[in-house]
Design a binder for this molecule. Sequence first.
Ligand code: APR
Length: 248
Amino acid sequence: MKNDLQKVAELILNSESMIAFTGAGVSVESGIPPFRGPNGLWSKYDPKCLDLDFFYAEPEESWKAIKSIFYDFFGKAKYNKAHEILARWEERGVLKSIVTQNIDNLHQEAGSKSVFEFHGNSQKLICAACEQVFLPKEIDLEKLPPLCPNDKSILKPDFVFFGEGIPENAYRKSLLAAQSADVVLIIGTTGEVYPAASIPIEAKRNGATIVEINTEKSNYTDSITDFFLQGKAGEILGELEEIIIVKV
Ligand code: APR
């Protein structure tokens, strides 16, 4: 793997339009469990809580799971070394943007500016009727489902549910970034969920070199990945940064 790290460091240094495509694995070192795998969230909670039809049919049951997963747990997580390094590389002009599937806001909290949130963000609650937006801290989440202070309609987290469309702005910017990328760092994702999972494939189709950082193989590893750096995101990115600093 050592010489792969050297080759990838060279690739990163010589890239002109590198992007990162991140999934839940980049936040695992912040204490947020992934969705899939041995202790994944979907082994503890029924994914139907994120199904749009179920949410509106059974809002209280859906909100109980959503609160436990995304507000009790995520709320306390802090960004980790992987988020920090990606933010530093953006600041140095090495990384152009991040397409993330995550809704935990940790890339932004680590300082990343150009972040396209394919699945929205958990930091906003929106009224199903009047569409006014609230911050979670403005709403009492002890009473479920939370109701809009204006018209008592149900508040919905402003992230993408299964069966819901991708925010057009994020989709468009992610696709454009993929089409012009010369290197894509795929970090911490199974590549299970479409259309998000098509972003690295689109980049590959347009000639990008694919570097994958993951503790396990994913749907990309034996198909589009050119360099597979097996390990934890924070550790691998840390090793790459050490080599890059020496070379600049
Ligand atoms: N460093 C790098 N990768 C890791 C780490 C780590 N420390 N820990 C786990 N991983 C990897 C796992 O091997 C797995 O491939 O992160 C990936 C997590 O996969 P998923 O839980 O499927 O998360 P993700 O791919 O982001 O899911 C996509 O599914 O449920 C929906 O909307 C949800 O955005 C999510 C989408």
